[in-house]
Design a protein around this ligand. Structure first.
Ligand SMILES: Nc1nc2c(ncn2[C@@H]2O[C@H](COP(=O)(O)OP(=O)(O)OP(=O)(O)O)[C@@H](O)[C@H]2O)c(=O)[nH]1
Ligand SMILES: [Mg+2]
Length: 412
């Protein structure tokens, strides 16, 4: 379930506030503007190399497609097949951030990739961390890979794919007392844990997935854990690069997007006069480009771009118009237009919440010296806070519908 949401007026830490003050005192408004831009884009400059390894045919390439939200026929998707397919390591840059690279590695233990030359051929020592993919039984190759990763003092997540097959096989079996999907999943999970435990990895994370339905099972938990376990500096990079269809990830995204609002609003308040657009009837100027660009970022983050909406409608068996109506996407998209943003700016002028925004941070004080700066800051903050709250609610509703639809639809 989604967390109860509440509007957050400022997410700046004391440290942030101090930096703002110091920079403002040293380099004035221009310095503040440059600093806020640098902070906002910093997630794009951190690189992360994640290797997806395991035995042949276990679903490594399919996992990459699932985590990058690529359908197998999409341009740039990894090739997958029922025969040995990946014969050289291949990099998959995240579409939203080319510095996050998932490496699709060939399967270990085939005649092309024997254990003895696998490490050199796939350059196993070059990655930040590993996804160890396995299906069916825990194999000797799995043990070997886990050991090799440990020798390099690196970490892995254990991903057990194809659990849909296990559930379906039980359903189709002629047993008198067929076990429930939950029982099968518990069994697989405890078996994987026991095998890893016996190998000396008691703390390993185990995730059960169906690469063909990433809304189901542990994909949600896996995305969240990947983000949590990433080195601190790389956490936001990963979060903003993973598509947000899972509730836990959506919540996390919202928290981090909230942190950007003061920075964006600051940028909007100190933007050169030429870029600011006057709001009719308010005697105030706001940088529309900044607001629209951030809202576009929200839509990418929460999977609500035009293409995403098309895919989601298809997935849920709805017409696009029906989807937009049922989940309030239409109303949200109207707010994203120029007219919608002007309406929000007007609301901001009379809203108590808008006044609240400036109570919690030093920024308005710093901006006091700039004509319009403080009002522009408040207005932009109000617009973005409202839009973020709206898109978050839409996105949670869709995510809950998607997962419940899949759970209701039996896997066979
Ligand atoms: N049912 C089901 N099939 C899957 C899943 N993951 C992968 N497959 C299928 O398993 C087969 C092998 O998947 P790949 O992703 O090509 O496996 P791979 O590990 O990359 O294989 P190599 O590159 O040859 O080592 C394909 O037919 C996939 O469609 C899954 O979670 N569930
Ligand atoms: Mg492959």
């Amino acid at each position: 379930m989604a967390e109860q949401s509440s509007v957050v007026y400022s997410t700046l830490t004391d440290e942030d506030e101090k930096s703002f003050e110091t920079i403002f005192n040293k380099r004035g408004v221009t310095g503040l503007y440059e600093y806020s831009r640098r902070k906002l884009d910093s997630w794009l400059n951190v690189s992360l190399n994640i290797a997806v390894t395991g035995g042949s045919g276990k679903g490594k390439s399919s996992f990459i497609n699932a985590i990058l939200n690529l359908k197998v026929d999409d341009e740039g998707a990894a090739f997958t097949d029922v025969k040995e397919t990946t014969l050289e390591r291949k990099r998959y840059e995240h579409p939203a951030n080319k510095n996050i690279v998932f490496w699709d590695l060939p399967g270990v233990g085939t005649k092309h990739f024997k254990q003895e030359d696998y490490l050199n051929k796939v350059k196993l020592n070059e990655y930040d961390f590993f996804i160890l993919v396995s299906s069916e039984r825990f194999s000797e190759n799995d043990c070997w890979l886990a050991e090799e990763i440990r020798k390099m003092d690196k970490r892995f997540f254990f991903v057990r794919t194809k659990v849909d097959n296990d559930i379906n096989a039980e359903k189709r079996s002629r047993k008198k007392n067929r076990r429930t999907p939950e029982t099968i999943l518990d069994l697989i999970r405890s078996d994987c844990k026991e095998c890893l435990n016996n190998l000396g990895f008691p703390e390993s994370h185990v995730f059960l997935v169906d690469n063909l339905s990433p809304y189901l099972f542990d994909f949600d938990r896996l995305s969240k854990q990947l983000i949590e376990d990433a080195p601190k500096r790389k956490r936001e990079t990963l979060l903003f690069s993973i598509k947000g269809y899972a509730c836990q990830v959506i919540n996390e995204k919202k928290k981090h997007l909230e942190k950007r609002i003061p920075l964006i609003s600051l940028g909007s308040a100190v933007v050169p006069i030429s870029a600011a657009v006057p709001i009719p009837g308010l005697g105030l100027s706001v940088d529309f480009a900044v607001i629209i660009s951030e809202i576009t970022f929200y839509r990418e983050q929460f999977g609500l771009t035009d293409d995403d909406i098309k895919d989601t409608a298809e997935f849920l068996g709805l017409r696009e118009e029906e989807l937009k109506e049922e989940f309030g996407i239409g109303t949200f998209l109207q707010k994203c237009t120029r007219k919608g943003i002007i309406t929000l700016c007007l609301q901001a002028a009379y809203s108590a919440n808008s006044a609240e925004i400036s109570k919690y941070t030093i920024i308005p004080l710093l901006l006091g010296s700039i004509a319009n700066g403080m009002i522009s800051y408040r207005t932009t903050s109000y617009c973005l806070t409202t839009m973020l709250e709206d898109i978050y609610k839409v996105s949670v509703k869709i995510s809950e519908k998607m997962s419940s639809d899949i759970v209701e639809t039996p896997l066979d």
